[in-house]
Design a protein around this ligand. Structure first.
Ligand SMILES: N[C@@H](CCC[C@H](N)C(=O)O)C(=O)O
Length: 269
């Protein structure tokens, strides 16, 4: 499946566990010697009684992730197609807690991504207090960024033109900076207008992807907190567009976008 180009192998683990270790997932994720994906998603029985189903998230390098916005939409669409999820709002159990999912009449999926968490300890980010902007010295430059957890850690760097941003060089520098003890996903964003932004994301465990749903939520949360954008924003990513809304502190971030099926298959390890 894919969510605007952020691609997934989705494995039905409702009746039996995945049974693949990190090395095996990494081999499967290799685009030349395996199947290839940005993330592998598992669909499992829920452990939280409030939730219909649970999903697991593994990056292409085999590492586990705690949230995936595009993946949440694909999981909801997959369960809906399987007849295991109704059309109304349902709770799904992500590794970072419950998210609400709703299949809309036009086929798009709306996800309640929860409240953004700006406290450094919750990201985690090694700074003593919350700030709209942090700065670190790295590779001979000063990098200024915002930071937030959407269940997974994000840094957001404002740039004048995202098409010109040196994502491949600066992404890994900030991602692996010691101030982020569990690394981070690094978004490069430019503001087109208060209701429209452009974003590229260098993801943890993958590299640059065509889209990152939690990254889109993170960029809107950071920029809205700075008072630079509206609460309802179109986020343009290389693979397509997401609608993100955040009414501010005390509210969830909502993400709406498509989820596409590519092919079905069987995997014989
Ligand atoms: N593509 C995802 C994010 C996947 C997880 C991320 N790489 C991490 O390690 O936190 C999205 O759409 O949110």
């Amino acid at each position: 499946m894919h969510g605007i180009g952020n691609d997934f192998v989705v494995i039905d683990c409702r009746d039996r566990p995945l049974g693949l270790d990190a090395a095996a997932i990494g081999r499967l994720g290799d685009r030349h010697f395996g199947v290839g994906f940005d993330q592998l998603l598992t669909i499992e029985p829920a452990t939280d009684p409030r939730c219909a189903w649970r999903y697991g998230i593994y990056n292409a390098d085999g590492s586990q992730a705690r949230q995936c916005g595009n993946g949440a939409r694909c999981v909801a669409a997959w369960l809906h197609r399987a007849g295991a999820l109704g059309a109304g709002q349902t709770w799904l159990e992500s590794p970072s807690g419950p998210v609400a999912a709703e299949i809309l009449d036009d086929g798009n999926v709306r996800i309640d991504m929860g409240e953004p968490r700006f406290e450094p300890a919750q990201i985690p980010l090694d700074f003593p207090e919350v700030a709209d902007s942090y700065a670190v010295e790295a590779a001979g430059a000063t990098l200024s960024f915002g930071a937030v957890s959407m269940g997974n850690p994000h840094a957001v760097i404002e740039v004048p033109d995202v098409t010109e941003a040196d994502v491949a060089d600066w992404g890994p520098v900030l991602q692996n900076h010691p101030r982020f003890p569990r690394q981070c996903n690094v978004g490069f964003v430019h503001i087109v207008s208060p209701r429209e932004i452009r974003l590229r994301v260098f993801e943890r465990g993958v590299g640059e992807t065509l889209a990152c749903g939690s990254g889109a939520c993170a960029a809107v949360a950071v920029l809205h907190r700075r008072g630079k954008i509206d609460h309802q924003v179109a986020v343009h990513l290389p693979g397509g567009e997401l609608q993100i809304s955040w009414a501010g502190p005390g509210h969830s971030v909502w993400m709406t976008g498509p989820a596409a099926f590519v092919f079905d298959g069987n995997y014989y390890p």
